[in-house]
Unconditional design. Structure first.
Length: 768
């Protein structure tokens, strides 16, 4: 609840308390105590009963000079001060009564009433009423007062608890209905709030002031913003422009206009608030909301300036203001550092607040200031179990949708938030992304459809980006490509969408094995975002795998990344490049770090095992064997097992590993080639020939396979044919612009040497 319960101006005349000399059920004690109090104190009560308030004050003051610790004398003075309108003096006098008699019912209840007068008295009023209700829980007046004070302080869940008890009465008073209606609206339950407003209206009461603002909000949130506009315009017509109620009414009017797709009218509703320091916060809220809904950066930036001004001009800003400012600034470009500073300040002030801790972590993730494993483990601790409070659940959801890309290991948390009824459609968008990470395009499509339904089918090109990726993973490359091309055409002025589409199209080109075109698309992206080092990583990985750059160049790009970027930065492109490069002992710590971030990215796991095999092949083989036992379908593990075995000379184990792959995938060209290599080493040339030919039929352009085939041809004593095969391969690589393969050159040279020796010539390079 933001405004309705923050000022004395909204206090209703509850139960005739404000101007009565008694509180219901509690009578003044002077008759009861007449026989036990001094005459000086009794005289004060007699004067008070006659209505001579000033004389009564003088009498009580005289009595207190004689009896300073007399509860009746202090209580009488407090009553007199209040009847004289001397609220400060009454507050202090009642406080003195409670010092002497902490359970004095009249003092406790009156302190609760006085708490409605001033914001700084609200907490003390709540405490007093809580003590009173502990002994007299059936007192509905005291409970209504406490509910009101809870509302003033935006302690919605506590106010709601009191109102729920009060509403169980067969005939709740109109004031209870009106107060409860507002609390239900600001708790997020506008349908229930609207029902209570209607019950209140049937009692004959008029809805005005701050209550009218809550009523308009309830109408807006239940699908009738036009009716809310009518209510608010009637209120504004009856209020002076600088009235605090009018200020808040304008803010709600702007929201109602937005709900009817009238952003210019919304801005016009806020126009009278410009230049008014006391309305700066309300204006900031309104501009922020309009800016978000209409995607107008200038309005968001203006809102950020106002929030900064409010924070700088507010000594010791209260927690709700800090929370609000952090949430808004977090979504405004250029304000991220201040937002994170505010989140950290809030979390430090409330170390047990799980919601704030989640918000801080999510924003640190958004800014790349926390490593993925730390983020995952800390979120798992904070979110198990989820809180029950709907507002807390909504704030947690709002934080989690900031994490991009989301962590698929937290998928159950996102699903539980939706199951709990959190109305954040973008949760389903993130779930779709997570299912794509898990390579489950069917589930991703289902989540995306739920997201689109949640936004009422409004066009959202971001969903087309996800859908195109789903189509790519389903193998429908043509549909995926077409969708990306449409996005590039229709949103040519939207940099974010163009760049996302180009990146998606790179994935399609890779799947189509059109790698030079994929690299060309990378070049377009790099030209648009030259400062984005992740693009350099992606392009380098692809160019290296396509033999367009040397290993040293790829490693230079990798080293530049590692020395200039924080350790928490681990984009997919980094995994791709590190996994593509050969295993290197100097990168073992990097492998370990990346495995902590994503233990399921097998190329890095395999590089780590390959490095381990250099110093402890038995340990490496044991690790691979455990990996295979855990997942017999992990074909990459069999490749590593075979490679390590070959290097150790265990050709039988190597052959078994490659045979296992072929048992799962009989047409796996890499496994056929690898098994052909084992048979070659075993000098079973016929078997090697058959395996190589099967592999070449599946992948006739594989340069390594063709080089191996040439080696086999030479081993079968056909050196001229082998030489012809190698020279043809070398020419093709040069024509593609690929880096000449030194292994091919060495093989050609070796064949020339053997050819000359057979004819009795010494090669010229061996003569000196």
């Amino acid at each position: 609840m933001k405004h309705s319960f923050q000022t004395r101006a909204v206090a209703w005349v509850l139960f005739g308390l404000l101007h009565s000399s008694t509180l219901s059920g509690i009578v003044y004690p002077w008759r009861v105590l007449a026989q036990s109090i001094p005459d000086e104190v009794g005289r004060g009560y007699n004067l008070l009963e006659l209505g001579w308030v000033d004389d009564a004050i003088a009498a009580f003051e005289d009595a207190l000079a004689l009896y300073p610790d007399s509860v009746p004398a202090n209580l009488g003075l407090a009553i007199a001060y209040r009847r004289a309108g001397r609220d400060n003096d009454a507050w202090e006098a009642y406080d003195r009564v409670l010092e002497l008699d902490p359970t004095n019912a009249l003092a406790l209840k009156t302190v609760g009433l006085l708490g409605t007068y001033r914001p700084e008295w609200q907490s003390r009023g709540i405490d007093a009423l809580t003590v009173f209700l502990n002994s007299t829980p059936e007192d509905t007046e005291a409970r209504a007062l406490r509910a009101l004070l809870y509302g003033y302080q935006s302690r919605i869940s506590e106010a709601l608890a009191d109102y729920q008890i009060l509403l169980q009465s067969p005939n709740p008073t109109p004031d209870v209905l009106l107060g409860a209606a507002q609390i239900y609206v600001y708790s997020g339950n506008s349908p229930q709030g609207l029902e209570l407003f209607d019950r209140y209206r049937r009692t004959g009461g008029a809805i005005t002031g701050y209550a009218a603002i809550a009523y308009a909000r309830a109408l807006r949130e239940t699908g009738n913003p036009a009716a809310g506009i009518t209510v608010l315009e009637a209120q504004l017509a009856a209020l002076p422009g600088n009235n605090p109620t009018a200020t808040e009414a304008r803010a709600e009017l702007a929201r109602s206009y937005l709900a009817t797709n009238q952003p210019e009218q919304a801005l016009a509703a806020l126009q009278p608030l410009r230049g008014r320091s006391e309305a700066a916060l309300t204006l900031a809220r309104g501009l922020s909301e309009i800016g978000r809904r209409t995607d107008r950066l200038a309005l968001l930036q203006e809102s950020a300036v106002l929030y900064r001004e409010v924070l700088s001009q507010t000594p010791n800003p209260p927690v709700p203001l800090l929370q609000e400012a952090a949430d808004v600034l977090a979504s405004i470009p250029g304000e991220e550092e201040l937002a994170l500073q505010l989140y950290r300040q809030l979390a430090a002030q409330q170390p047990d607040n799980r919601v704030l801790a989640v918000q801080q972590l999510a924003f640190e993730s958004q800014l790349g200031q926390i490593a993925q494993p730390d983020l995952r483990s800390r979120l798992a601790t904070l979110l198990e179990p989820l809180p029950d409070n709907p507002r807390d659940l909504d704030r947690i959801a709002g934080a989690l949708i900031r994490i991009d890309p989301p962590d698929s290991q937290l998928l159950p948390v996102y699903q539980n938030l939706i199951a709990a009824g959190v109305d954040r459609p973008f949760l389903n968008f993130r779930i779709a992304q997570m299912f794509l990470q898990l390579n489950d395009p069917a589930a991703a499509r289902q989540a995306l459809e739920a997201y689109i339904a949640g936004i009422d089918g409004r066009p959202d090109p971001a969903s087309d980006i996800i859908l195109a990726d789903i189509e790519r993973r389903e193998g429908n490359l043509e549909a995926s490509e077409q969708r990306y091309q449409v996005l590039l055409s229709e949103y040519a002025d939207d940099d974010n969408l163009v760049e996302a589409s180009l990146q998606g199209l790179i994935g399609v080109r890779i799947a189509q094995n059109r790698l030079p075109e994929a690299i060309a698309l990378y070049d377009q992206l790099i030209a648009r975002r030259p400062e984005d080092f992740t693009l350099q990583l992606g392009r380098t990985s692809l160019a290296y795998q396509e033999d367009l750059i040397e290993r040293s160049e790829a490693e230079t790009v990798l080293q530049n990344w590692l020395t200039t970027q924080p350790a928490t930065a681990t984009p997919p492109e980094l995994f791709s490049l590190v996994g593509a490069l050969p295993a290197d002992p100097s990168r073992e710590a990097l492998y370990d770090r990346l495995i902590q971030v994503d233990p399921y990215y097998m190329p890095i796991q395999f590089r780590s095992i390959q490095v381990l095999a250099l110093r402890d092949p038995e340990a490496a083989q044991a690790k691979v064997a455990r990996m295979i036992a855990q997942d017999p379908t992990n074909l990459g593990a069999y490749f590593v097992q075979g490679e390590i075995a070959q290097n150790q000379g265990d050709l039988e184990l190597a052959g078994n590993a490659y045979q296992a792959i072929l048992g799962w995938e009989p047409e796996n060209a890499d496994a056929l080639a690898a098994l052909g290599g084992v048979r070659f080493q075993q000098r079973d040339l016929d078997a090697a020939q058959q395996l190589y030919e099967r592999a070449l039929a599946l992948d006739p352009d594989d340069p390594n396979l063709r080089r191996s085939m040439a080696g086999l041809t030479a081993a079968r004593d056909y050196p001229l044919s082998a030489l012809e095969q190698l020279e043809e391969l070398q020419l093709e690589q040069m024509a593609k612009g690929a880096i000449p393969d030194p292994e091919i050159s060495n093989q050609i040279q070796q064949l020339h040497e053997d050819f000359l020796r057979r004819r009795g010539f010494q090669p010229p390079w061996e003569r000196y």
